[in-house]
Design a protein around this ligand. Structure first.
Ligand code: AMP
Ligand code: FE
Ligand code: FE
Ligand code: ZN
Length: 295
């Protein structure tokens, strides 16, 4: 049983439609796929229809852009009620922040002598609800300024580079509370990815566990083998779930192929049990998990 709980479609910054992503997951030999687009659930319906068709179990999720102690934290919310108003309000604010950042990035790039317009980015972001730096990168590739997204981030879009602009992110503590109230389960995505272990030591993870965090994405390409072992031990100490996933972005991110990291079936079943409990507690109607690998 192969389970990959974190992947993106074109509804955010992946390069496949939700349907194409699900078919690719099936072709990659996965039994369970988590669709976790950034800050939106708009891909869920199409992905679920294809999952039923091809016989794959889909776990509907979202990767929420949050901030904690001044740093960006990606929070994977699994199986929340997508109609829960406070959650929709957060998505709306984040998506508006994403939209208003595009002209600011374009202006900075232009100031740096790069010939690019907002329309170029909009063209690259067609079909997307969550416009981000990857779409700016795609526009730069189309215009011949860089060869791929990786080069665009390295030279222009990473923090400290000439095209970098910050954007609104929701409060992590608040989103943990909202996800629980929406009957969902929260797992922190690649906690030691960008800033290393300093930004999220065991004490912080313990504090977040007390505030509703249910799991840690341990097996992720951004984590070294040593970091994975340390995080696994921390998860064990704190009685948190351990997940593993690809964070696939289609052709948009190298070395993140579907199924390159997977989640242990026992941990997956624990996650589903926590989701059922959260749904019962909150009284919210949360998405069903159907297919051969459902509970
Ligand atoms: P944004 O959401 O606009 O802040 O952009 C962040 C997104 O860019 C992340 O979700 C990653 O998927 C993507 N990203 C970050 N670094 C790279 C990179 N070097 N190559 C491709 N995609 C990247
Ligand atoms: Fe992304
Ligand atoms: Fe992420
Ligand atoms: Zn992701």
């Amino acid at each position: 049983m192969r389970i990959d709980l974190h992947a993106h479609s074109r509804v955010s910054d992946g390069t496949q439609s939700p349907s194409e992503l699900v078919r690719a997951a099936k072709a990659a030999g996965l039994d369970v796929l988590g669709l976790t687009d950034h800050d939106t659930t708009l891909g869920w319906a199409q992905a679920q229809a294809t999952a039923m068709e091809v016989g794959l179990t889909l776990v509907r999720g979202v990767e929420v852009s949050t901030r904690h102690l001044g740093r960006s934290v990606h929070l994977l919310a699994y199986l929340p009620d997508p109609t829960f108003e406070p959650l929709l309000e957060q998505f709306d604010r984040i998506l508006r922040g994403r939209g208003s950042r595009v002209p600011a990035i374009v202006e900075r790039l232009q100031g740096h002598g790069i010939d690019i317009s907002v329309a170029d980015v909009q063209r690259a972001a067609r079909g997307t609800a969550a416009t981000g730096r990857p779409h700016v990168a795609d526009a730069m590739v189309s215009l011949g300024h860089v060869k791929d997204r990786t080069e665009a981030f390295r030279r222009f879009l990473n923090p400290g580079m000439p095209g970098y602009v910050d954007r609104y992110a929701a409060s992590l503590v608040e989103v943990l509370r909202i996800v629980a109230s929406a009957g969902g389960v929260s797992v922190i995505a690649h906690p030691w990815g960008r800033h290393g272990s300093v930004a999220m030591p065991e004490s912080s993870l313990a504090e977040l566990a007390g505030l509703g965090l249910a799991g840690i994405e341990v097996d992720h390409q951004d984590h070294s083998p040593a970091d994975r072992e340390t995080l696994r031990a921390i998860a064990h100490n704190l009685d948190l779930l351990v997940t593993g996933s690809s964070d696939h972005h289609g052709a948009g991110k190298i070395d993140h192929e579907l199924g390159c990291n997977t989640t242990d079936p026992d941990e997956y079943h624990r996650l589903l049990a926590l989701a059922s409990a959260a749904a019962a507690r909150s009284g919210r109607r949360t998405p069903e998990v159907t297919g051969a690998m459902s509970p």
